[in-house]
Design a protein. Sequence first.
Length: 164
Amino acid sequence: MITLRQYRKEDLGQMIEIWNEVVAEGIAFPQTELLDLQSGETFFKGQTYTGVAEEDGAILGLYILHPNNIGRCGHISNASYCVKKTERGKHIGEKLVKDCLHEAYAHGFKVLQFNAVVESNIHARHLYERLGFTQLGTIPGGFLMKDGRYENICPYYHLLDETL
C-alpha cells in the first residue's frame, strides 16, 4: 500500500535519485544541475513541505511545495512533482498532487500555481485539468528542452480551500 508522508532524512538518497532522473531527462524541470547528498539535503530542507509516496520502504515519488513569490504574493504556492521512472503510469503523480493541494492549504496558501508545465507533457496537463486546475494561457518558447529546442509552457493554478 502506498503511503503519503513528509520526507525523512533517511529518504534523501532515494529522493535525490528520482529528482535527478527528471532533471537528466531535460523535458520537465527548469533545473539543469543534478543534486548530490549535500545539495539535496539543503534543497529539500529549504522547502515549505516535501512529501513522498512510499511503499514498503521504497520511495516511489515526491513533491516539493514552497511560496511562488514573496510579500503581497506570498499566499501563492508552487510545487514540483516527480515519480520514479519505473513507477510511472501507476497514478502516483495523482496521489502526490492531491496530497500537495491539502498540504498547501494546511500551510496557509490560498493558491497553488504551476509556472512551467511543458506543453507536450500531456499526462501532467490532463491530470491537472481533471483535478480542477485552470490553464492561464501559453508562453511561447518558454522552456528550453534538453535537445536545444524551445517549447511552449502552460501555467496552471488551483484555488485552495477547506473543500479539497
